[in-house]
Design a protein around this ligand. Structure first.
Ligand code: FES
Length: 257
């Protein structure tokens, strides 16, 4: 099968876009499969843009920014790296992390730009088309992507990710410094839990359901569902719906209600 991937590239205005421009005026050949979106800084790329693109059949997403230390806005590319790391961990749960790449290209690196695009194009060709195009997988993956988008809209994970540098360098609220390794472990657990919790919230957004029903639908062990329900109730996101024949059912409630 002749597969030409659809690749979406977010390029920062000050370095990578200029690098792409240089590749163009220098007539350096690169794959025509990329469609470019110019952003002012790689830090402007919201992880939701990427989840949205992948859930709409895009085969791969490339984010290119200035080299570390060269960001026009000082730390935008550093912020991009942190956000993409979080997104990559989320995408890994559903087998999509290989479809995302973050790299650096300066305004003088037309050749490097072409090389990265060509390599990524080959990489995506080897991976094959986005599995969401497969009718048998579409419903499940769309549901997973809705949960991912919901996690990304939620401020909880963003706050944790945004505090990475502070927690590692200056310590937490109790002045305890945490190693990068420990922080990664906390982040992995938080990402996994948030993903499962947002799947549950989706399942019970319209109708109340019992723990066994939720467990069956989201394929999460009943005891884990129960502990997520407890946590979501404490946060005011889930409430008891009704009790049928001594079996409680739960329903999600909007934040702030
Ligand atoms: S301006 Fe290029 S990454 Fe920030």
């Amino acid at each position: 099968m002749n597969f030409n991937p659809k690749i979406l590239g977010f390029l920062c205005n000050w370095c990578s876009y200029a690098g792409a421009d240089l590749a163009g005026v220098s007539r350096i050949q690169y794959s025509p499969n990329i469609r470019i979106v110019r952003v002012m800084c790689s830090g402007r790329v919201d992880p939701i843009f990427i989840a949205e693109a992948l859930s709409r059949n895009i085969d791969g997403v490339l984010i290119l920014g200035c080299h570390p230390g060269d960001c026009h806005y000082i730390s935008g590319n550093f912020e991009a790296e942190i956000k993409m790391k979080m997104l990559s961990k989320l995408l890994e749960i559903i087998g999509f992390s290989e479809r995302l790449r973050l790299d650096w290209v300066s305004a003088a690196e037309g050749n490097r730009f072409a090389q990265i695009v060509n390599e990524f194009n080959e990489h995506i060709k080897n991976l094959g088309p986005n599995p969401i195009k497969n009718k048998k997988l579409k419903n499940k993956l769309s549901f997973d992507f809705d949960a991912i988008k919901s996690v990304l809209k939620d401020s909880r994970l963003r706050i944790l990710v945004g505090r990475e540098r502070k927690i590692i360098n200056e310590g937490n609220a109790y002045n305890e410094t945490i190693t990068l390794e420990k922080f990664e472990q906390i982040l992995d657990d938080a990402i996994h839990n948030e993903f499962e919790r947002h799947k549950i919230l989706q399942i019970i957004s319209q109708n109340g359901k019992s723990v066994p029903e939720i467990s069956k639908e989201v394929q999460i062990a009943p005891n884990n569902v129960l502990s997520h329900i407890v946590s979501l109730r404490q946060k005011g996101l889930v409430d008891l719906h009704e009790v049928n024949e001594e079996i409680p059912t739960f329903i999600s409630i909007k934040e702030g209600k």
